[in-house]
Ligand binder design. Structure first.
Ligand SMILES: Cc1ncc(COP(=O)(O)O)c(C=O)c1O
Length: 294
């Protein structure tokens, strides 16, 4: 495990450590825009692979590996940001097989590990990878606080050695007192209580957003996410997602335009609505303002 100052630093370090400029990175489509930006900054060619509500399509992933010669795949198997999709149990083996067959690494961004609302989350993909093809990234940002800036990369063998070298070059190490604070928090009896409270509160916020949308602005959206922070909604063709997000911001509501989450041109307009950051009692007014902006 290599300790890093947050998941973003972990991702950009992993892209630089495991690929060279000009190499191809496969990503789910859509995917986390911070990963797209870090990959581009590392000089990688980003190639989207189709995904649906059950996560990435394994045959398409295998075909993309063959077609592009890529050796790296960035993946969020649990409550993906922005769609909320979780990689289905029946696809996990096929995804890992495609990665193994290509002699590639899969970077598993497990940012939402503590954010499951309904049921229990599946184990990380890394748990089913005896050979070191999965590089595991886990940050405390979403479950503790963005300001803590602590994450870990788990990697075996040569990948681990390369990652350690890159992180060492970037910042030598993360401040000891900060690491100590993180250790104390995640090993205290309050940690489990905190995660239970987080689930309960996330559920209340998700339900408040869904109810407000039903009441005021019935939009098509992905199946209700079983965890994570966001709802991914499909806008009618012809609606400009960026103009709508700007109009909503002018009305005091922050939403994210969908197009920046696609590595290539967006196939349709979307918005990412975050239910996590506002208390349930504000949601109705927020959606009223979004509807007015629309
Ligand atoms: C999917 C995903 N991965 C990684 C990050 C980076 O988070 P941090 O650097 O705060 O750990 C984020 C932040 O929004 C994210 O949504």
């Amino acid at each position: 495990m290599i300790i890093c100052p947050g998941g973003q630093a972990a991702l950009s370090g992993a892209f630089r450590a495991l690929a060279d400029p000009g190499d191809t990175l496969l990503v789910e489509s859509p995917t986390y825009l911070g990963a797209l930006a870090a990959a581009r900054a590392a000089g990688l060619r980003v190639v989207p692979v189709p995904a649906d509500t059950d996560g990435v399509l394994p045959e398409q992933l295998a075909a993309a590996f063959r077609r592009t010669g890529a050796r790296l795949f960035y993946c969020q198997p649990l409550h993906a940001n922005p769609t909320g999709a979780t990689l289905a149990a029946h696809r996990r083996g096929e995804v890992l097989a495609a990665v193994r067959e290509a002699g590639a690494f899969l970077i598993e961004d497990d940012y939402a590990r503590d954010l499951t609302i309904d049921g229990e989350p599946p184990a990380p993909l890394a748990a089913e990878d005896p050979d070191g093809h999965v590089v595991y990234v886990r940050s405390l940002t979403k479950s503790v606080a963005p300001g803590l800036r602590i994450a870990a990369i788990g990697a075996k063998g040569p990948a681990g050695a390369r990652l350690r070298a890159v992180r060492l070059l970037d910042e030598l190490f993360v401040a000891g007192p900060l690491q100590q604070a993180a250790i104390e928090f995640v090993t205290s009896p309050a940690w489990d209580r905190h995660r239970r409270a987080l689930r309960t509160e996330l559920k209340a916020r998700r339900e408040a957003l869904l109810a407000a949308l039903r009441r005021r602005l019935p939009l098509d959206h992905e199946p209700v996410p079983r965890g994570g922070l966001h709802l991914w909604v499909r806008l009618d063709d012809g609606i400009d997602d960026v103009a709508l997000a700007n109009a909503a911001a002018a009305n005091g509501v922050v939403v994210f335009p969908g197009r920046s989450w696609f590595a290539a041109e967006a196939p349709a307009p979307h918005l990412r609505l975050t239910y996590a950051a506002a208390p349930p009692e504000l949601m109705d007014e927020a959606v009223r303002r979004l509807a007015a902006a629309m």
